[in-house]
Design a protein around this ligand. Structure first.
Ligand code: SF4
Ligand code: SF4
Length: 195
């Protein structure tokens, strides 16, 4: 998530960011200094989805360290940043306490901005958006709304359709959405996050 409050130093750093390259931009927005990584590989070893990734977490770190825009572009169009589930395993294992989940979050936002989202990952982005829509309008997860929103975005009407009757029978798919009491607080969170 992009840091909202900036110090004077942050503002000066932002002004010079273009000259310094993406490493500074990452540091400013996430407080992650990619150059602190010494490639021990513990993050990749503990990541449950690293085998599915095109670049493992430690590989992402190494590519970022090169400060090479071509490598940066590869990462921004990779599947890895969308497969990360923010489980924090890598962060708890990292001897340098490098916040890779925070970094992945930033890289996802950047990929959306730069329009480099990997084709295979577009459904994951649609799921993120449908999930956030549900939370935005009800303050919690409204399952049927989430499914309808997701399917409208992806046109993948029949995906997982066999699961729906079972969930419905078990009362896991309420028809009427439940809206939280203090919805204004949720509205304020979304409003502040957009700024
Ligand atoms: S665990 Fe930390 S230091 Fe080791 S490779 Fe991963 S990010 Fe780098
Ligand atoms: S937070 Fe992401 S990169 Fe880190 S271990 Fe979990 S899935 Fe892997």
């Amino acid at each position: 998530m992009v840091i909202l409050s900036l110090t004077i130093n942050d503002i000066f750093e932002k002004i010079n960011m273009e000259k310094k390259g993406y490493i500074s931009e990452i540091r400013l927005n996430t407080h992650v200094n990619v150059n602190r990584c010494y490639q021990c590989g513990k993050c990749s070893a503990g990541c449950a989805v690293s085998e599915e990734m095109d670049y493992t977490p430690s590989r992402v770190m190494r590519m970022l360290q090169t400060n090479d825009t071509e490598n940066y572009r590869k990462i921004l169009s990779s599947e890895s940043i969308w497969l990360c589930v923010s489980c924090q395993n890598c962060l708890t294992r990292c001897p340098m306490e490098i916040d890779i989940p925070q970094l992945m979050d930033f890289l996802r936002e950047k990929a959306i901005q730069e329009k480099t989202v990997n084709k295979k990952s577009k459904n994951i982005l649609s799921f993120h958006r449908a999930f956030l829509d549900s939370v935005k309008y009800t303050g919690r997860l409204y399952e049927i709304g989430l499914v309808a929103d997701y399917k409208t975005r992806t046109f993948d009407i029949f995906q997982d359709m066999d699961v729906a009757p079972k969930m419905f029978a078990k009362g896991k798919l309420p028809i009427i959405p439940e809206v939280i009491k203090d919805k204004k607080q949720m509205d304020a969170i979304f409003k502040n996050t957009k700024q």
